[in-house]
Ligand binder design. Structure first.
Ligand code: SF4
Ligand code: SF4
Length: 439
């Protein structure tokens, strides 16, 4: 295949009479076909019979979107400018946390976490800042800076966003989940991670005042009859456990939810950082849940994370220590052998874990805000997740076409239920029509 910049150049030369926007669309389509099929510019354009813009675009769209071209409206195809820079590539290294710089606000210096960080990372450069907002004003953000985020730790007192309803998305069936925000940023490198397009801080942010928020006046989840208890969880803007050996947040969280058994609390993770949880011992309402995937997808996309058997062994240990567990098939990624790959993961879960300990399994197909596409192709140039046909949906997100999603959900739902009928299975971010079509 040709490099992105070569494709742009060759498109401009071949179609010199096209304007900027047309060049943008055509070079984007040629790049995506060339990458997916491992072919080059000339092989693709030599097949096109005419140089008329509409003919060229129609030919390329049909080739790029063979399954959906005739099924969906033409504005479903998202064709942003092609702009891939080598220096934006993700740095795939061991997810070991050893920050060079610790930025802190004055109000945290008496906190447990600040003093623990001082003793754990005594060689780091400690810098007082007025506020995160003021720091961001004077320090720009870029993908390259994001790639080095593990070098910077921010310690702040969280004022507003500790506990809130899950933001979910428009026009979907919301499961009334609530979020306890225990940090921002992650050391893993999942190719599909939404944080890489959402986060505007090149560092990890940890709150120093978590204990202030662990009280029943502040933690007020909404009920949902589908689950055994109203649900609160962490893991929206970070992996819930990846920093737990550093923060020891689980000390306060487990203590609080052991005393408040009418609420379930979920630690959502891909990590095996469970030593502190094991020491503390669990209760049924405290659910440790793992994001899982087909093993090929873990290998190709969840860079620097523990493998599937390691995650499942950690789940077994948590059950022995008194916790419940959950699993999230999210995102489900379409690839050649997806049925076989996801079946094997479902089989493996039930080989390791007795279904009576599983409080829920969620399933959600790959989706993303459209702007994330450019970030992914810059950071993970060789990714294959963008090769499938992702279409612009009603809410501006890219998703697989509806009938494909329904096919995936039916398959997953049936496979899981064939293992254990009693385990609650729910869809994340899907509308009522899709929910109804899988039952
Ligand atoms: S469906 Fe998913 S995104 Fe929506 S509230 Fe529940 S967990 Fe959050
Ligand atoms: S584990 Fe979650 S938060 Fe961390 S990189 Fe992967 S998707 Fe992002």
């Amino acid at each position: 295949m040709d490099k992105a910049e070569d494709i742009i150049l060759k498109t401009k030369q071949k179609y010199e009479f096209f304007g900027i926007n047309k060049i943008r669309e055509i070079s984007r389509l040629i790049y995506e076909i060339s990458k997916r099929d491992n072919t080059d510019f000339n092989t693709i354009v030599n097949e096109i019979k005419s140089d008329d813009y509409l003919c060229v675009k129609t030919f390329l769209l049909k080739k790029r979107y063979p399954k959906t071209f005739n099924k969906v409206s033409k504005d479903s195809f998202y064709l942003p400018e092609l702009n891939i820079e080598e220096q934006n590539r993700a740095v795939l290294t061991e997810p070991k946390f050893n920050p060079k710089n610790v930025y802190y606000t004055k109000d945290v210096i008496n906190s447990f976490l600040y003093n623990r960080i001082k003793s754990l990372y005594s060689n780091a450069n400690f810098v007082e800042i007025e506020s995160l907002k003021s720091f961001l004003k004077t320090n720009g953000f870029s993908i390259q800076k994001y790639n080095n985020r593990k070098e910077n730790l921010f310690l702040v007192n969280e004022k507003y966003d500790f506990f809130k309803p899950c933001p979910c998305t428009k026009n979907v069936r919301c499961c009334n989940y609530s979020i306890l925000n225990i940090g921002y940023g992650c050391l893993y490198e999942c190719s599909y991670c939404f944080l890489q397009g959402y986060q505007n801080v090149a560092g990890i942010i940890l709150p120093c005042n978590l204990p202030d928020f662990l009280n029943t006046d502040k933690i007020k989840p909404t009920d949902n009859k589908m689950f055994f208890l109203p649900r609160v969880g962490s893991g929206e803007f970070t992996d819930s456990l990846i920093f737990d050996d550093v923060t020891l947040f689980s000390n306060d969280i487990v203590k609080f939810f052991k005393e408040n058994k009418n609420i379930s609390f979920e630690f959502k993770t891909k990590s095996t950082n469970i030593n502190n949880l094991l020491k503390l011992g669990g209760k049924e309402n405290i659910v440790i849940s793992w994001s899982v995937n087909a093993e090929q997808m873990i290998e190709e996309n969840e860079h620097c994370t523990p493998k599937l058997p390691e995650r499942l062994k950690a789940a077994q240990e948590c059950i022995k220590a008194g916790y419940s567990v959950g699993f999230h098939f999210d995102p489900i990624i379409l690839y050649d052998n997806w049925k076989q790959g996801y079946k094997q993961t479902i089989d493996m879960i039930f080989d390791f874990i007795d279904g009576k300990y599983i409080k829920w399994i969620s399933i959600g197909t790959l989706r993303m805000v459209s702007t994330l596409k450019k970030v992914i192709e810059n950071r993970f140039v060789d990714n294959t997740i963008l090769d499938e046909e992702l279409l612009l949906s009603y809410d501006g997100k890219l998703r697989y076409e509806t009938s494909l999603r329904v096919q995936v959900y039916k398959y997953m739902f049936e496979r899981i239920k064939s293992k254990d009928k009693t385990v609650p299975v729910y869809l994340c971010m899907e509308n009522n029509d899709i929910w109804n079509s899988i039952k």
